[in-house]
Design a protein around this ligand. Sequence first.
Ligand code: IMP
Ligand code: MG
Length: 174
Amino acid sequence: MEKIATIVTKDEIQRKVAELGSLISVDYKDRDVVLVCNLKGAFIFLADLCRHITARISIDFIATTSYKGTRSTGTVRIIKDLKLDVRGKHILLVEDIVDTGYTLDYTMKYLALHGPESIRVCTLLDKRCKREIDVNIDYIGFEVSDRFVIGYGLDYDERFRELDYIGEIIQEEN
Ligand code: IMP
Ligand code: MG
């Protein structure tokens, strides 16, 4: 049997997302910004965040893969590319969680090849204690410790993305 312990509540997430949206709105006031959502984990965060941003936004999706179960394989691949032309545009990359940093590092370098005016990063969660490569993050929702978290878009082998809070699976004996 599995039980889920709450790490960040629905209310805490919603308050933080509104706060991040306000910060981003001020920073990008009167600018056009392309929100690039890294699928699949960031899809719910993006959906809530974009409704708190008052700057002129457009939205696109990119998909990367590196994880199998609860472990990063270290090798990042792009499995879905951008559709919009982002040349000369401001990109805000929206991430679910930064763990070792390899996915973000790879994605940033990949996006830079498309010639944007600027790239910034907004992540819901930062698992800073696990970082293996130095990456710069502009907007952070919550820092989490070394545990595998699920919910609000994040999965464990494709399950639990629909939860409206962030939790951790507790394995019960028997
Ligand atoms: P990194 O390349 O090690 O930074 O891993 C980043 C990606 O791994 C994230 O976009 C997630 O898809 C996944 N990931 C890392 N930690 C967790 C976690 O605790 N729960 C769910 N997915 C995670
Ligand atoms: Mg995942």
